[in-house]
Design a protein around this ligand. Structure first.
Ligand code: PMP
Length: 428
């Protein structure tokens, strides 16, 4: 799935913000080069247009007989159908609209059956690493190849308690190295041992097609704001059974089918068994609509074309940095491993925070620096022994100390060649 045929490199898709100019410390203004897609990608113009056309007319879904409420209900449910199709879900899967990938994985964590064992690589983003602590968590060592990842998981699962339910949580593409993980093989390993698997597709879905049925993953989670839609909406899609049996993620209106006082004075609730069970309150209809619009735009542009263009940009970055001896690109699987348009590096003699600040101030380039909410992975990649302050940002090193941080450049469907060329020239 990762090696889509190179058809044509094509043009970047129109995105918001490409017209923004920023002042440089050296004088004058320059067009802003947004190279932090992995944090939040700019909205596609198409998504913005769709949202602008609908946004003034929102109403509360599933609640009203009035026209705007009916319209919103229809658009919300159409969005669910569009995203379900985009993800290649099985016919009886459920798709819950959430606030983000973090929210989706926390929802799933709250829905796990009692006694569940969770298997997660230490290399994960904190959103995938941390939600499971109410269960028995097995943290797996960072693998140094996709094959080793599968072997490590197999070995861990072989030792799992036979009767206990089990879940594997794995990322499709790393938010630090951009490397693609062997999702299909990991899913096969999980299923052979009777475990289930959830795919964190926050970094995969914006770059590659995610086909839940073909990959044979049980659930998938991603965020709208990394998929060219605005902040505040996300998705959890997959097997209905555990979701249906779980306590509602939020208790409230919309999740409850019937509520009545009991004879003993308490309250009896019958909860929905559909996605509504976990969507209590007035949902973010505009966010769901925006995600659906982005899914349509990416499908229409065609992932083969998008991947070809992105690979062309990745090649430029790789080639541009390859002969800069001070630059060390961070990688688990080897620098030539397949990746999405996400790449982190350190520069000898530089604190990464200062390097990123210089890219911004002197070249108008927006990148991310820090630990990327993946502290154990950064420690593995940088070989750091010391403790970093407990935050996602970039800790400052004391004088004479090496800071535990890196620079991350990331791009996607809206990135023009000029941004990547400017970045490479700036680093060089
Ligand atoms: N997983 C990965 C791989 C990510 O890159 C991110 C965001 N950086 C998340 C999960 C969390 O996404 P969100 O902040 O939208 O919840």
């Amino acid at each position: 799935d990762t090696a889509a045929p190179v058809t044509s490199v094509g043009e970047p898709l129109p995105v918001l913000g490409s017209e923004v100019t920023v002042p440089l410390v050296t004088g004058g203004n320059v067009g802003y080069a947004a190279l932090d897609y992995a944090a939040s990608a700019p909205a596609l113009q198409r998504v913005w247009d769709d949202v602008a056309a609908y946004a003034p007319y929102y109403g509360s879904v599933h609640r009203g007989a009035g026209y705007l409420s009916q319209l919103s209900t229809e658009l919300f449910e159409q969005a669910r159908a569009t995203v379900t199709e985009f993800l290649g879900c099985r016919p009886d899967d459920q798709l819950v609209f959430t606030r983000s990938t973090t929210d989706s994985l926390n929802l799933l964590a709250a829905a796990l059956p009692e006694g569940c064992h969770v298997y997660v690589f230490e290399t994960e983003h904190h959103a995938s690493l941390l939600p499971w602590t109410a269960h028995t968590v097995h943290y797996l060592d960072a693998p140094r190849s996709p094959e080793q990842a599968v072997a490590t998981l197999r070995e861990a699962l072989a030792a799992r308690p036979a009767q206990a339910p089990a879940l594997v949580c794995v990322t499709g593409a790393s938010n630090v190295t951009g490397e693609l993980w062997p999702v299909r093989e990991l899913a096969a390993a999980a299923h052979e041992s009777g475990a289930r698997i959830v795919l964190d597709a926050a970094q995969l879905a914006p770059h590659h097609p995610v086909d839940v049925a073909a990959l044979d993953v049980d659930w998938v989670a991603f965020s709208g704001h990394k998929l060219y839609a605005p902040l505040g909406s996300g998705v959890l899609a997959g097997r209905a059974d555990w979701l249906r049996e779980a306590e509602p993620y939020l208790a409230g209106g919309g999740a409850s089918r019937k509520v009545a006082r009991r004879a003993d004075g308490g309250v009896e609730v019958e909860w929905h068994r559909t996605a509504a069970r976990h969507e209590a309150g007035s949902p973010n209809v505009i966010g769901a609509y925006a995600i659906a619009s982005a899914c349509k735009a990416l499908t229409e542009a065609g992932f083969a074309t998008l991947v070809a263009r992105e690979n062309h940009l990745i090649d430029k970055v790789r080639a541009g940095l390859a002969d800069v001896p001070e630059v060390r690109v961070l990688s688990l699987f080897g620098e030539a491993a397949p990746r999405v348009g996400v790449l982190s590096f350190v520069v000898e003699g530089w604190n990464s925070s200062h390097f990123a600040a210089a890219l911004s101030a002197e070249y108008g380039i927006g990148v991310r620096d820090g630990l990327f909410c993946a502290h154990p992975l950064l420690r593995t990649l940088l070989g750091a022994e010391d403790e970093a302050p407990g935050e996602c940002g970039a800790p400052e090193a004391a004088p004479g100390e090496r800071a535990l941080n890196a620079v991350r450049v990331s791009f996607g469907a809206g990135t023009p060649d000029e941004h990547v060329d400017r970045f490479v020239a700036a680093v060089r």
